[in-house]
Design a protein around this ligand. Sequence first.
Ligand code: TYD
Ligand code: MG
Length: 451
Amino acid sequence: MAKNKVVYFCTECGAESLKWQGKCPACGAWNTMTEHIEKQIPVGRPTVSFMPGSAKQLSQVSFEGKSRFSTGMGELDRVLGGGAVAGSLVLIGGAPGIGKSTLLLQICNALCAGRKVLYVSGEESEQQIKMRAQRIGVCAEDLYLLAETRLSDIMDAVEELKPDILIVDSIQTLYNENNDAIPGSVSQVKDCTMSMMQLSKSQGITVLVVGHINKDGAIAGPKVLEHMVDAVLYFEGDANTSYRILRAAKNRFGSTNEIGVFEMGEQGLNEVPNPSQMLLDGKPVGASGTCVACVMEGSRPVLAEVQALVAKTFANVPRRTADGFNFNRANLLLAVAEKKAGMKLSAMDAYINVIGGLQIDEPGADLPVVLAIASSYMDKPLPDHMAAIGEVGLTGEIRSVSHLSQRLTEVARLGFSSCIIPKITSEKLVIPDNLQVFAVKNLKEAIEVCL
Ligand code: TYD
Ligand code: MG
């Protein structure tokens, strides 16, 4: 009889080790290695393997092109890279209550048209799902529901039903009875995801899996799941607002830059095709410390309001925070503003915030951040209907950014009348008729133009 194998998993990153260690060799976390006894897997239940066969030459591999289909939600299709790819495995992660189940149930309406869809829930009963479906107007008569958590029962149901699309809500509730670990543990999550991967790759079933993220923002054993699936989409949002942003962290079939924007309403999620309008809602008029930025989110320019508050510090080391903007970059910009624009910021606390829960991670947002800081420092508002675009260099120069014409079109479309841009640009600029642009060389010039 074969002996059971003992292995150790890191509960943080899912790394596997043959001996116990105090510190995880992969992620460096302490006291996270937990013992797990790997039993011999009984014959009959397939382990992870793709189609059996021998190696093939590239030229002999038949390829019909992966067929894509629409999920019925343009914003989700966009994040998936232009629709869902048949036979792919997609993980949708997010904090509990953010709206993952709602999103997946909602797309069933469109998915059921001409396809067989099986919705497996380990969290809600069939009655609960039906109630929710009625509330959000999902009337797909031929949607199959299964409230089940045992992997083998789910596999049996899939074998019997042969669905085109399988939705699993959530991966943390499933368990493989051949594995002693508790549901939701790294080894169970890994086991169950492996089985889902096998279903998608060997039977061509499109599998959409929900994964809850823990308080640190990681799906239980994030690395374990991320490398196994074709795409990882994160559903983000501020608990205080109804807006939700869907972002791709990994996508084997498309770009990871795109975002999808939704609003949680009375009857489920509504798409927000015009996120700029949403992000600028409620922008104060005539207030100091705010500037509108235009950043590229994938192929789409998005306007966002950047706010800054600088105030005299009462601590030895001034306090600085940056929400929605890189903290180190914010510190760097504060230093450039001090040195190159003469603002005495080293004795001041500085708080920077991007409104609407958007995370802006792009050089084009540098100038609006510095202008918001300058506006708060001088306690003078920027002119109404003015936006700013540009990267700030260490010498205080304003540098060119990509897709400037496209950004200016969006700025004009949202009713802005003027925009500060870099003087030197690499592209041939097309400036909308109703937009006045101020091309500036450096930070000082930018501040003179608007403050
Ligand atoms: P849910 O999809 O259950 O979240 P998750 O699956 O990510 O845990 O969403 C639950 C939240 O959404 C809950 O707080 C209620 C809210 N909600 C609405 O506001 N309107 C709706 O129509 C629905 C279905 C949910
Ligand atoms: Mg749920």
